[in-house]
Design a protein around this ligand. Sequence first.
Ligand code: PRX
Length: 650
Amino acid sequence: MTEQHKNIYPVPDALAKRAWIGKADYEALYRQSIEDPEGYWAEQAKRLDWIKAPTKIKNASFDVNNVDIRWFEDGTLNASVNCLDRHLETRGDQPAIIWEGDDPANDKTLTYRELYEKTCQLANGFKEMGIGKGDVVTLYMPMVPEAAIAMLACARIGAIHSVVFGGFSPDAVAQRVVGAKSKLIITADESVRGGKQVPLKDNVDAALTRDGTEVCENVLVVKRTGGDIDWHEGRDVWYDDLVSRQATDCPAEEMGAEDPLFILYTSGSTGAPKGMKHTTGGYLTYVAMTHQYVFDYHDGDIYWCTADVGWITGHSYIVYGPLANGATTLMFEGVPSYPTPGRMGEVVDKHKVNVLYTAPTAIRALRAHGDDVMDSSSRDSLRVLGTVGEPINPEAWEWYYRVVGKAQCPVVDTWWQTENGGILISPLPGATDLKPGSATLPLFGIKPGIVDNDGNLLEGEAEGNLVILDAWPGIARSIWGDHERFVQTYFSTYPGMYFTSDAAYRDADGYYWITGRVDDVLNVSGHRMGTSEIESSLVAHDKVAEAAVVGFPHDIKGQGIYIYVTLAEDFEPSDELKKELIQWVRKDIGPIASPDVIQWATDLPKTRSGKIMRRILRKIATNETEGLGDTSTLADPSVVDELIEHRANR
Ligand code: PRX
């Protein structure tokens, strides 16, 4: 490992005293949670208000012949009641959401009572539109309070939300609407990020011209900018018109613990994105617990997670975890570097943020400006810093700790996945000595393992594939509409274990160091995407005969997107065509999939059976052309020399 591996930051005394979990607590509770999961989680479930308290705690099998995961299965509850109603008496006037607009002049605060009333009004509006228990509602929203309100309003009436990231294209929206048979889309006229408008409503209009989207009956439109949009009479409804006539109370639907709360699509190495199905009781227990312990959240703290609600981090750690805990959660509409590079610190000062949870890519982008980028803020309010989404290199970690946190705040490097519901491996601020670059130790109830390629569990210090050996309450229960794919994707590689598709190293202290994906999933600026999705987009272009996509290390984004393109007959490479292809992918998938490098290839390295050898393409993209390994099995080994000669990433 690197030099920084040797740096250890012990828990500061002051924190050890006030933290929910100290060192000795961690060890004892971890042991209990593994030895007696039923007892541990029965106790944790008490953090929620149940209509009927669960008596059956855990009923979960990772057996590949019978993957079936249930938690608290005979309990009933409502997630929105847990995030709203139960706080009204004690903290009705406390800010629930602080909204900070893209433009620093725009902000507003919603108290728990206001959030409750607005949620009830929308829930009543849903009912008026004929939406009820089990219906899927798609959200394609800016980062505005209405996004959280819509999620909670769905939960209130038992509808299932499916949030589509606002940076995705019309096709991505259409694919998810069709996949989930969604009757309603909620969107806004436009979103605003970094001073630029994104035409969300136009995108929805375009999405709804695609085959299969007739299932969607209505589009509910939040007026965010007042920009020009087309209006489809009978289908489109203004959000304000609908909610303003509704009562501010709405009875909550009694939901089974295993009833779905939401679907969230995520990319895999093959095929279309998978709709992960998350359920109610276990998910909410898990995100509430992890939000409290990992960020050491105390009453009155101001907590800011910079993610977008379109990703799982936004679901679990902007909306459900914080609100279940009665926290004040800051929701930021913009981008961290607008209008000034120091905006993130300025927002921290403006709202006296105590906990900041962001992504390595944002930290690296800030750091690239130099230390004085933080001079525009004091950040004296900060107490805990968090990161998520991709491996953080020790240099970026040290910078975050030293410059952003002024060497006063522990950095919690939280490892987890969309499929996991909540954080699985992370330091606890009052309990864990930190090593920059390591996600450190498993949280309560999480039993990680490292296996070799044959599935043998390795003991002690080890490097290999990261698996989880037993179920925890937050894990997804299935892939929407395709349980077999769920079983195959996660439980068949190493039977009896959940396979994360990440590689990891466990050091002699039992600390985990996540090294990255071992499948064909890229992580670009913390955004997860499948290489196959980008390839299918490219080959749909009439000038492209074949395309192969690999990742390469990128200073800011973590990974960049490198594309090899073989053109169809009669077409010649040109810079114009490169631009055209980049635009094509941006339009087809979304700007997050924007290719960084395109290399023209007269042919691609393939085995005799026609399989593209990505291992070789990855090495060429990374300029590691020395150890290419055995190329003699290729149908035409000379292809490799030609690709090396013309490599584009010099
Ligand atoms: O490779 C891991 C990486 O992000 C993947 C999961 O992506 P997604 O489902 O989009 O969820 C991201 C936010 C929870 C993982 O398989 N990853 C996430 N967090 C970390 C990480 N890699 C290293 N360190 C992390 N802290």
